[in-house]
Design a protein around this ligand. Structure first.
Ligand code: AMP
Length: 143
């Protein structure tokens, strides 16, 4: 199954942040929206990084509460791994596992189309396994 199916189900909304936003605001945005990462974009909506709750935890553990005034660019990951609408859900799951991250922006060229999280992928996998089990049960009952 391609990511298009997943994004159509969960929606294409993406919350982005500027590289110059303070980490204090990032805490608030993540909390208010109940999400774990923000895509960092420049003024032309081009992706320049990603910042997740893990980056915040690391920064606070290392430098203390003074990081709250620091800009996003000081702790974000600049080399962002992205995926496209045609990518297969299983491939994306593999990439997340190998890269040890739980979020991936979905793009078409420079255009940001959505964000897929490990939670979305796991939810899809559970539905898929349940569907396979139901198919198997009806096949067994039919023979
Ligand atoms: P996460 O598991 O998504 O909270 O992220 C763990 C670490 O990987 C953090 O340092 C993130 O900035 C980074 N990260 C998250 N998503 C991506 C991504 N798609 N590409 C590259 N790095 C990422």
């Amino acid at each position: 199954m391609s990511l298009k199916y997943l994004l159509d189900q969960k929606g294409h909304d993406v919350i982005t942040v500027s590289a110059y936003e303070t980490l204090s605001n990032v805490f608030s945005i993540l909390t208010d929206n109940k999400i774990g990462a923000l895509v960092v974009c420049n003024g032309h909506e081009k992706i320049v990084g990603i910042i997740s709750e893990r980056d915040l935890v690391r920064a606070v553990a290392k430098h203390g509460e003074r990081v709250l005034a620091w800009p996003v660019e000081s702790v974000m990951t600049s080399k962002v791994v992205t995926c496209s609408l045609d990518d297969n859900v299983h491939k994306v799951m593999e990439k997340m596992t190998e890269g040890r991250f739980r979020h991936m922006p979905v793009v078409n060229g420079d255009k940001l189309l959505g964000v897929i999280s490990i939670g979305d992928v796991v939810k899809y996998r559970i539905q898929e396994v349940e569907r396979e089990a139901a198919d198997m049960r009806s096949y067994i009952h039919a023979v």
